[in-house]
Design a binder for this molecule. Structure first.
Ligand SMILES: [Zn+2]
Length: 236
């Protein structure tokens, strides 16, 4: 049991580390696999360019050894990378405690959760990475529900309902910003992930978020993702 919990935590840290790498690289258009292939450099401080020792860039260890600052130039490292890593590690841990084994469902839920965590941090960046992440999360949802419900009918039905509502909303919008599009894509995501009984209540939540004039678009998106997250977890 203790060993499994440690294992879940390590998996979570690895997923989180990959997510935080993506968080740094996607907005800068750097390929997300391998070392920084644009410059051919090993891990380095992005301010002073000093090469990092392994304990300065490995997840968790790096946080302990640097205390949130570069050991060479002293520039503060944005805490969002550590927050993303820790949040993903906690997700991996709690999913394990909830599901009780490292099965296919566990892997799919962890992948989807990691991507959603990442999307929360990426939303304000001016590129289409969030849309791709949401698409991938929806794809994982299709696999997950086909696996657990042994039919594609349920999620195809949910997706159709969501699509119908999405069309009726977007028809009324003359010019859509990239960010608004990402917010509306939550309809698709919910259509795939949520069972019929909670899909409609969630869509009501999304519609009220959309109508809330006082909220910024990124707040709306964050609240929408968090609500979706909670509903998926609660319905497991
Ligand atoms: Zn530095």
């Amino acid at each position: 049991m203790v060993l499994s919990i440690c294992f879940a935590f390590i998996i979570g840290v690895l997923f989180g580390n990959y997510a935080s790498t993506a968080l740094f690289r996607l907005p800068r258009n750097i390929p997300i696999s391998g070392y920084n292939t644009n410059t051919g450099k090993a891990p380095h401080c992005s301010t002073c360019e000093h090469k990092l020792k392994f304990y300065e860039y490995l997840p968790v260890l790096s946080w302990v050894s640097t205390k949130g600052k570069c050991n060479y130039c002293g520039v503060k490292i944005n805490p969002k990378y550590t927050i993303l890593e820790v949040a993903t590690a906690l997700l991996a841990l709690s999913l394990y405690l909830y599901i009780g084994s490292f099965n296919e469902e566990y892997i799919l839920l962890l992948c989807a959760g990691t991507l959603l965590n990442l999307s929360l941090f990426l939303f304000n960046k001016k590129n289409s990475a969030v849309d791709k992440i949401l698409l991938l999360t929806g794809f994982i949802g299709g696999i997950y529900r086909t696996l657990t419900e042994e039919t594609i009918l349920n999620w195809v039905f949910g997706l159709s309902v969501a699509y119908f509502i999405w069309v009726s909303i977007t028809m009324k919008i003359k010019k859509m910003s990239g960010n608004e599009n990402s917010f509306l894509n939550l309809f698709f995501l919910a259509g795939v992930w949520l069972k019929a009984s909670i899909l409609l209540p969630y869509i009501v939540i999304l519609l009220s978020l959309k109508a809330a004039n006082k909220l910024s678009l990124s707040k709306k998106f964050q609240l929408g993702v968090i609500a979706l997250y909670s509903l998926v977890i609660l319905s497991l």
